[in-house]
Write a protein that binds this ligand. Structure first.
Ligand SMILES: Nc1ncnc2c1ncn2[C@@H]1O[C@H](COP(=O)(O)OP(=O)(O)OP(=O)(O)O)[C@@H](O)[C@H]1O
Length: 362
């Protein structure tokens, strides 16, 4: 029943007085994609979503939906629908009237809009509650009604602002699966704002990591996780150690760099000027403990913390100018050769697990 549209964001900025909330971002979201805008509080993701929806004016640049430039169109004429964090249901209306609301605004007759609202409630498995009011529903049920209300206009793209944040952790995971299923069955474009990397990884085909009004990386979840583009992305996605230093030279096809206070490390990548700053990311679970490293592919340090986590054990190691280096070992490898706080241990990794990060911090 529905159609999907590509969303094309072209050099879009949002300025509120002296604050630049979004700075010249460009992004193509292919039709039928589940896209998550991910980033810390204040990075500009809600402003971006609201500009796509038309609830916020665009300071400069354009937004296109399919072949239509929607930059100056009101929300109701864009082919988008928005689901708000608070669900924004009308407390005094029953579910049918809540869901039918936007059709009423469009002048659709009562019988027709009620029939369509019931269809949408059925799609969300809420038709048995049609005459209730929002306060008589659980959080998850309210969310389904809010989805029904957004989808009744048959949008080309559904925009969701932190849709799971009001739910308890158990329901959050259940509704997350439902959102993913719904998007797959409708086939329309979803743009979902979240600050949870776990949520974005679970849902998205395309993760857009934002920081300080800009896009740091836009890629499928596995790419963002395995090959973070910047130190910010590596830190924000977690499960990586970010180590910084200055280039000292090249040997054997590797770039060597010095970490202030100790280690000389290496990574494979393009030649860089000696003295240039460099950041690398090393996956916390791609590290070996107790094995002497090859040149530049590890360091020696002192274990400062050991945390048992069930299937895994987390170690913190300090040494050679590297602080709080995190190592995640599976419980079997840890208990085969346990280490304790205060032990001196060599840490080693493979060259392909040292990822050079793109944006240089000087
Ligand atoms: N109406 C406004 N007037 C002035 N500044 C605003 C307004 N709305 C947002 N901002 C500012 O713009 C920046 C980006 O805000 P935005 O809400 O887009 O971020 P966000 O990433 O969605 O954050 P959160 O996760 O906290 O909602 C912030 O510095 C915020 O304070």
């Amino acid at each position: 029943m529905s159609k999907a549209a590509e969303i094309d964001i072209v050099s879009v900025s949002k300025v509120y007085g002296a604050t630049t909330a979004v700075e010249d971002i460009s992004l193509k979201i292919p039709a039928g994609t589940y896209c998550c805008l991910l980033g810390p509080s204040g990075c500009g993701k809600t402003s971006t979503l609201r500009m796509i929806a038309g609830h916020e004016s665009i300071s400069s640049g354009d937004v296109r939906l399919g072949n239509v430039v929607v930059t100056d169109l009101p929300p109701a004429r864009r082919g988008t629908a928005m689901m708000f964090q608070s669900y924004a249901l009308f407390p005094h209306l029953d579910l049918v009237d809540n869901v039918a609301f936007s059709l009423k605004m469009k002048g659709v007759g009562k019988a027709e809009r009620h029939a369509k609202a019931l269809d949408m409630l059925k799609l969300m498995q809420m038709d048995g509650y049609a005459s209730r009011r929002p306060a008589q529903l659980s959080g998850g049920q309210q969310q389904r009604v809010a989805l029904a209300r957004a989808l009744i206009t048959d949008p080309e793209a559904l925009l969701l602002d932190e849709p799971l944040s009001a739910l308890d952790p158990f329901l959050k995971i259940r509704m997350r699966a439902e959102l993913k299923k719904l998007q797959a069955s409708l086939g329309i474009t979803f743009v979902h704002v979240t600050h949870s990397q776990e949520e974005a990884m679970a849902l998205a085909d395309l993760i857009v990591v934002m920081n300080d009004g800009r896009i740091e990386q836009a890629a499928p979840p596995r790419t963002v996780f395995e090959w973070p583009a910047t130190a910010f992305v590596a830190r924000f996605m977690g499960d990586h150690n970010v180590v910084s230093g200055r280039v000292n030279g090249e040997r054997d096809g590797l770039v060597f760099f010095d970490v202030p206070g100790g280690a000389s490390l290496a990574a494979s990548g393009q030649a860089r000027e000696p003295g240039a700053p460099i950041d690398i990311a090393i996956r916390t679970d791609h590290v070996r403990v107790g094995e002497a490293p090859a040149a530049g592919l590890g360091f020696s340090g002192i274990v400062s913390n050991v945390e048992y986590r069930g299937a895994t054990v987390k170690l913190s190691v300090n040494g050679a100018g590297i602080e709080d280096f995190t190592v995640i070992l599976d419980d079997e490898s840890f208990y085969a050769r346990p280490v304790a706080v205060g032990d001196a241990v060599p840490i080693a990794w493979d060259v392909e697990d040292a990822i050079i990060l793109g944006r240089l911090n000087s």
